[in-house]
Design a protein around this ligand. Structure first.
Ligand code: HEC
Ligand code: HEC
Length: 451
């Protein structure tokens, strides 16, 4: 009892000590008991290059609150279309709960280290704010940026190159990819789930059968059906008729977005709802410069606050052992169709919650929304040096927006953050992360699955 008291005192005094070290601005950023400020990305890295950088990370204070995900999945939100489920889904709270457990479970990877949520981080817009391109098992590079999984349930074209059509099919990509969760086979995952004690009965309860390829995909999809977030300030104004839901800058920004900015040519909307995507693939010029090998050869890498190194990637560019380390030549849709006209074509992403999911584009090359709007303002990447981007979309052209107009478009984009994002994040915080516990055998090292 006395020991407990001492520990509690220690924790408490430590906390006070931490608090006195905070600047007044940081104090403002501290989480309040009400969660309304949560859905800002934890650490925007402003000033990260300076030695005086202080993290605004809230991870030590987090505590979760389960949400009624079933009702979120089945209630239509302002600005969103009706959600349609894959055939045979028959959504239930048990299916969602099982998928939610799987999504956060690191044991779903070969080495018990990487869950879906390691790359689709709830407090980072269910994307990843810290990495331009994702990093998987044992630090292996993934050539693309992790997109948000919020509102993916509405999409019929998944991945930056649209190579999958349904959430149910998509999950086998990361589960089996050598550089993501690195499982050797579907059967391996199934056997493992059948052996882990805390999954006992869960698949039988939700699906009436033990774990198999079909119900593992369906369960992960079921959780993602509940990650719906509309009802943004923009929706309240545009679809809900509340004139004071957004300020004038947002309204001016929307005027440009849907007018001379030509954004709605690809980021579609209609008078009933807006997913802000045509689900088509376009060449905006993003990735063109990298493919022409004009950028980098040098790459700046920040190792820690204030410690930056400048790496000459050409030193190892020709060594096949490091081919994943250099910026990859990503040709987008071409990889699937092998049609030269499809080079650098990527799927138009949704813009909902875009403020939360920096960095942007398939390669994470743009860090802020302002950089994105400036990219469009100059008409995308039309040429690099003597190389002309011949297949750039005819919908891309110089916009001649003033700096104020660019800022207004950014304000508009920030008004697309869904009302329940904090609810979804707090719900995610309430899920156990599926670490290997003392009751668990060491699945990876002890070969408990008897291969
Ligand atoms: C190592 C990081 C990583 C892990 C782990 C990971 N993902 Fe992803 N996810 C990505 C990246 C990167 C992409 C984009 C890949 C591409 O376009 O080729 C992506 C794309 C997606 C998409 C498509 C989104 C869209 O807008 O098209 C969905 C859905 C998704 N992941 C769900 C999951 C699920 C479910 C899991 C766990 C089974 C998972 N991811 C595990 C990094 C990851
Ligand atoms: C020709 C079609 C097209 C037009 C016009 C267009 N976009 Fe895009 N947008 C895309 C595509 C395609 C991507 C993804 C590119 C990539 O991944 O490399 C994208 C990506 C984005 C992103 C990054 C989203 C993310 O999650 O990474 C933002 C923000 C964005 N567009 C805003 C705008 C704005 C604002 C305008 C108008 C000024 C606009 N777009 C005009 C097709 C278009």
């Amino acid at each position: 009892m006395r020991l407990l008291f001492i520990i509690l005192f220690f924790l408490h005094s430590n906390h006070l000590f931490a608090e006195t070290n905070l600047s007044s601005e940081d104090k403002l950023n501290q989480p309040k008991s009400n969660v309304s400020k949560l859905s800002k990305p934890g650490d925007d890295k402003d000033g990260y290059h300076s030695k005086d950088y202080e993290s605004a990370s809230k991870s030590l204070e987090r505590s979760g609150k389960p949400a009624d995900l079933y009702s979120i999945a089945t209630t239509r939100q302002l600005g969103m279309p009706e959600l349609s489920f894959a055939e045979g889904t028959n959504l239930t709270p048990e299916k969602i709960a099982l998928g939610r457990k799987l999504f956060f479970d690191r044991r779903l990877s070969h080495t018990d280290t990487i869950s879906c949520a390691i790359c689709h981080v709830p407090e980072m817009g269910f994307a990843h704010n810290e990495l331009k391109t994702a990093v998987g098992t044992e630090g292996r590079s993934v050539p693309r940026n992790a997109p948000t999984v919020i509102n993916v349930a509405f999409l019929t074209k998944l991945f930056h190159d649209a190579r999958e059509n349904s959430l149910e099919d998509q999950v086998w990509g990361p589960l089996l990819a050598h550089n993501e969760m690195a499982n050797p086979s579907p059967g391996y995952i199934i056997n493992k789930l059948k052996s882990i004690p805390d999954y006992e009965g869960l698949f039988e309860n939700a699906y009436g059968r033990p774990a198999n390829m079909d119900n593992i995909s369906r369960a992960l999809a079921a959780y993602q059906y509940s990650l719906v977030s509309g009802n943004s300030p923009f929706d309240k104004w545009y679809y809900g008729g509340q004139s004071n839901a957004v300020d004038d800058s947002v309204k001016r920004g929307f005027e440009i977005f849907s007018g001379k900015g030509n954004c709605t040519a690809c980021h579609l909307m209609n008078d009933k709802y807006a997913l802000f995507t045509d689900e088509k693939l376009h060449n905006t010029g993003m990735g063109f410069a990298t493919s022409m090998y004009v950028e980098p050869p040098r790459k700046k890498v920040v190792l820690a606050p204030g410690i930056e190194v400048d790496v000459d990637t050409s030193v190892y560019a020709n060594d096949s052992r490091f081919k994943n380390e250099i910026a990859p030549n990503d040709l987008g849709l071409y990889v699937i169709t092998q049609d030269p006209n499809d080079r650098w074509k990527f799927r138009t992403p949704t813009l909902r919650n875009v403020e939360l999911s920096a960095p942007y584009m398939h390669n994470g090359q743009l860090s802020t929304l302002k950089e994105v709007v400036e990219f469009y303002n100059k008409g995308g990447t039309r040429s690099v040096g003597k190389h002309k981007n011949e297949t750039i979309s005819p919908l891309m052209f110089e916009l001649n927006l003033t700096d104020n107009e660019v800022n207004d478009v950014v304000e508009f984009l920030k008004a697309l953050t869904g009302e329940n994002m904090d609810v979804l994040i707090m719900d995610a915080f309430a899920v156990p992360v599926g670490d290997v516990s003392l009751d668990d055998p060491n699945w990876f090292h002890e070969n408990k699955l008897k291969y």
